[in-house]
Design a binder for this molecule. Structure first.
Ligand SMILES: Cc1cc2nc3c(=O)[nH]c(=O)nc-3n(C[C@H](O)[C@H](O)[C@H](O)COP(=O)(O)OP(=O)(O)OC[C@H]3O[C@@H](n4cnc5c(N)ncnc54)[C@H](O)[C@@H]3O)c2cc1C
Length: 337
């Protein structure tokens, strides 16, 4: 009785381990089911729930994308075009590609979540972003009430960003993603930690499988497993500043690390900013800043989404007071009044 009054429980569907309810939870296994939804209706799209923070009970339905399947669309000298359902587990697709010696996504090994959510924030890790292999997405267009293709060049991909999470939010639901993978791909070992891990194993000329395994091992030592400690990976994006701002900051804070971007801007690691403000490993109530990686906020057990949001707000305020830099959440905040 109690459960039906509250609605559908979402505890099992978000990696922060937040106990919250939606009015309804629908399992979307075929794109045709989406025809029942219209713009303006209260609903949200859910993949694996590994990049959301649910800060209240939710009005309307949560549509959990469970369209699966992986198929080869084309295989020729230019590469292999692979189509996967939005509900497919991302790392499952990486494994599928490794088994067939198809390169391009091995650096994105073990990123939690689904294939359908991968373009939303243009997932990236260890020097590779999804946009580099993204051919197109098939989306249900809620306004036109039909399926259309969105190609890579239209998607507005940027650092942890795309039109899917910006201008197109609420318009397109991704049903399938097509990736352009390659045989005999040269793995990207541009990240020092990856090269060092391979060297430690005595691997001089790594295969894509070697790179994937090295990255899986690195990730397991650095990031908390959500099934043991609720979290959504990096809570904040890294900070981006223009060259003038960076030189002002560098004068005031000589130890501040930064990475120049191809467009001349500088990326400042938010984890460093947070750590230098003394947050790393700090716990307040049921929320903490992860001891091994300050960018990750963790639910120490039973925290509400609001508690995590308040903790994040305090972290961001300290960074702003110290450096004048605004931390932008990478995690999607789901909150209704
Ligand atoms: C331990 C840990 C490590 C992580 N490491 C990384 C990392 O290295 N790099 C990285 O980029 N991310 C990382 N993340 C974040 C997360 O894994 C990715 O953002 C992932 O793509 C989220 O997938 P999901 O299916 O769980 O999405 P969800 O959390 O379910 O949804 C995320 C957003 O996408 C929207 N969405 C989901 N599916 C669809 C769809 N089919 N159509 C339209 N919109 C949709 C949702 O509405 C929501 O706004 C990490 C998370 C954790 C917990």
């Amino acid at each position: 009785m109690e459960q039906s009054r509250k609605g559908a429980p979402l505890l099992a569907y978000n990696s922060f381990g937040i106990e919250a309810y939606a009015e309804d939870l629908m399992h979307i296994r075929q794109a045709e089911q989406l025809a029942a939804y219209h713009p303006g209706m209260p609903f949200r799209i859910l993949g694996g729930g590994t990049n959301i923070l649910i800060a209240s009970n939710l009005q309307g339905a949560v549509l959990r994308m469970e369209i699966d399947g992986i198929e080869v669309l084309e295989d020729n000298a230019q590469g292999v075009w692979v189509r996967a359902g939005a509900g497919q587990v991302w790392h499952g697709l990486v494994e599928w590609a490794l088994e067939r010696d198809l390169g391009g996504i091995e650096n994105l090994s073990l990123i939690p979540g689904t294939v359908g959510a991968a373009p939303v924030q243009n997932i990236g890790a260890y020097g590779v972003e999804l946009s580099e292999v993204f051919a197109w997405a098939e989306v249900w267009d809620l306004e036109m009430r039909s399926i259309r293709k969105v190609k890579g060049e239209e998607a507005g991909f940027g650092y942890r960003d795309s039109h899917f999470k910006g201008a197109w939010k609420g318009r397109y639901i991704i049903t399938h993603v097509v990736l352009h993978l390659r045989r005999n791909a040269r793995p990207n070992t541009s990240y020092t930690v990856v090269r060092e891990a391979l060297e430690k194993k005595g691997i001089g000329d790594p295969s894509i499988r070697d790179v994937s395994e090295a990255i899986v091992e690195i990730r397991k030592t650095k990031l908390p497993d959500p099934s043991a400690l609720g979290n959504a990976g990096s809570f904040f994006k890294n900070c981006s500043v223009d060259a003038r701002r960076y030189s002002e900051l560098k004068l005031r804070f000589p130890g501040m690390p930064a990475f120049q971007q191809p467009d001349g801007s500088f990326k400042i690691p938010s984890g460093w900013l947070i750590e230098s403000c003394g947050w790393k490993g700090k716990q307040q109530g049921r929320v903490a800043c992860y001891a091994k990686q300050a960018l990750v906020l963790v639910n120490c057990g039973g925290a509400t989404g609001l508690e995590i949001l308040e903790f994040a707000g305090e972290v961001a305020r300290t960074v702003e007071d110290t450096y004048g830099l605004l931390l932008e959440p990478e995690v999607n905040i789901w909150e209704d009044n």
